[in-house]
Write a protein that binds this ligand. Structure first.
Ligand SMILES: Nc1nc2c(ncn2[C@@H]2O[C@H](COP(=O)(O)OP(=O)(O)OP(=O)(O)O)[C@@H](O)[C@H]2O)c(=O)[nH]1
Ligand SMILES: Nc1nc2c(ncn2[C@@H]2O[C@H](COP(=O)(O)OP(=O)(O)OP(=O)(O)O)[C@@H](O)[C@H]2O)c(=O)[nH]1
Length: 465
């Protein structure tokens, strides 16, 4: 068991299908999300789930180190770190192009790296397995697996094979008494350590700073305003307490692992520095995972009124998910705003772990449909019949009906908003999924009744005449 999510890293020449596979591996969750307008997807990092096991996928994009673009430097740095952190490397090649010299060069690099690796022959649709893989045995990386990233063939088997041999992240106990599991995430230097110190008190951070990375050491229990919490993944923070040790590098994999284990994520941004794309991407990763979140705009002290106005404007412009994530302006240094922040962490926790009663959900659905009918498709009205809860953390509601696959996004959003408001959810994305009814008999009966009614009306009309 591990505290870190297993990391699967995609490498390969340009155009072999890395981003297509990336989307397939990370996309499953998006299909459910109706409530995340403004989701900025990171093209490089994503989380995925396969048979209840969460993992991180990294698309290294340009693995070859000769990138000339200085803006790509941070991405390069992250890609190299990802390769270091990789638990498994998927080396993609393109069956249509066959084995080319650049593949040989990457193979050589990967052999030196010595990480567990699977050679994946992509674009193999319509080809017998033996034929597709024949050319690539010569890379000396063992037996290739053949897939079609575009059509999905072989992807399930690939994931099963890879995850089987990887350590699983330890599942969090459902009912431990450690209270709300909180992760504090944000770019370097936004003030995470300062905030943690404020919440825990200096002594506690040092107390947690024992060598050896047992799980308990990196989940630190604390109390705030009489509520119990557990702080997840203080690894970076512990290191910091030992001044002689190098400051830990910002790691997206660690951040994703902390998000995975948390009930509520406090996303910290820095009011005294540009709030921008990196921050928005981080929020995207939290939301994509369906985690409850509270936004903290830190370093609010020492700003003049017009500067505050400017920051408020920037935040409203650049931060996605403000329609569900509560926003707080705080000073970790002075401790201001923390009480309200933690109150919303509690509320978000309650929202994300709550159980809804089925009659309650059905009442809300009925009222929503009555106030605003779903549209008709080709003359047939989309019907939404009943709802039930499909899961917690994040809350998921399943709505049954017919032709639900034809529901427009705008209507899904409308429904999500109705549920959100009626259930008073705060700080958490709501996942809605739709199922088209599997009771065709019932549908037919309804249609028949409809026809019968019309027939009756015609008869009545005749009688009147
Ligand atoms: N026929 C076929 N085409 C595919 C498959 N997977 C990807 N492609 C196509 O191959 C092209 C390149 O795919 P990408 O996923 O962008 O490749 P990439 O490796 O991410 O490329 P870079 O971003 O340049 O590194 C696209 O036109 C895809 O539609 C597949 O399984 N079969
Ligand atoms: N003015 C002001 N400065 C702050 C505040 N919080 C943190 N800082 C300063 O910002 C700098 C970075 O704070 P840290 O807490 O180390 O930031 P971090 O996010 O943990 O940084 P990394 O460990 O690099 O990820 C330090 O110099 C802090 O003193 C605040 O509320 N107001």
């Amino acid at each position: 068991m591990s505290d870190k999510l297993p990391v699967i890293v995609l490498v390969g020449r340009p155009n072999v299908g890395k981003s297509t596979l990336f989307n397939r591996l990370t996309g499953t969750r998006d299909a459910l999300v109706a409530d995340l307008p403004g989701l900025t997807r990171d093209r490089q990092y994503g989380s995925g789930v396969h048979e209840n096991r969460a993992f991180v996928v990294v698309d290294t994009g340009g693995l070859m180190p000769e990138s000339a673009d200085p803006l790509a430097a941070l991405a390069e740095e992250q890609a190299r770190m990802a390769l270091e952190e990789a638990d498994h490397v998927l080396f993609l090649v393109d069956v249509r192009q066959g084995r080319v010299p650049a593949d040989e060069a990457i193979a050589k690099h990967l052999r030196k790296l010595g990480k567990p690796l699977t050679l994946v022959v992509n674009k193999s649709e319509g080809r017998p397995r033996a034929e597709a893989s024949a050319d690539f045995f010569a890379l000396g990386l063992g037996e290739p697996l053949t897939i079609s990233a575009e059509q999905g063939q072989g992807v399930h088997q690939l994931l099963t094979a890879v995850l089987e041999v990887l350590p699983a992240i330890a599942p969090e106990p459902e009912n431990d008494d450690g209270g709300v599991r909180v992760a504090i995430v944000g770019r370097p230097n936004v003030g995470k350590s300062t905030l943690v110190n404020r919440l825990l008190g200096e002594d506690r951070v040092l107390a947690a700073d024992h060598p050896g990375t047992t799980r308990d050491a990196i989940a630190v229990p604390f109390e705030y305003d009489g509520h119990p919490y557990t702080l997840i993944d203080t690894a970076g923070i512990r290191r910091r307490a030992r001044v002689w040790e190098a400051v830990e590098k910002f790691s997206i994999v660690k951040t994703l692992s902390a998000i995975e284990r948390a009930h509520v994520v406090i996303a910290v941004v820095d009011a005294q520095n540009d709030i921008g794309e990196q921050d928005a991407k981080l929020l995207g990763l939290i939301a994509q995972r369906g985690r409850a979140m509270v936004l903290a705009v830190n370093k609010w002290d020492g700003l003049k009124p017009d500067e505050r106005e400017q920051v408020r404007y920037q935040v409203s412009l650049k931060m996605p998910f403000l329609d569900f994530a509560p926003l707080h302006f705080i000073s970790a240094r002075h401790g201001s705003g923390l009480g309200e922040l933690m109150q919303d962490v509690q509320t978000a926790y309650e929202s994300t772990t709550r159980e809804f009663s089925t009659p309650e959900l059905n009442r809300i659905l009925e009222a929503a449909v009555e106030a605003h009918q779903p549209p008709a498709v080709l003359g047939r009205r989309i019907k939404l019949r009943y709802a039930h809860q499909g899961g917690r953390n994040p809350p998921r509601i399943v709505v049954h009906g017919n032709q639900t696959e034809k529901l427009p996004e705008s209507y899904k959003r409308y429904l999500a908003n109705q549920f959100r408001a009626a259930l008073a959810l705060k700080g958490v994305p709501l996942l809605l999924s739709f199922k088209t009814g599997d009771n065709p008999y019932k549908d037919k009966k309804n249609e028949l009744t409809g026809r019968q009614i019309k027939k009756k009306r015609r008869l009545m009309a005749r009688v009147k005449r």
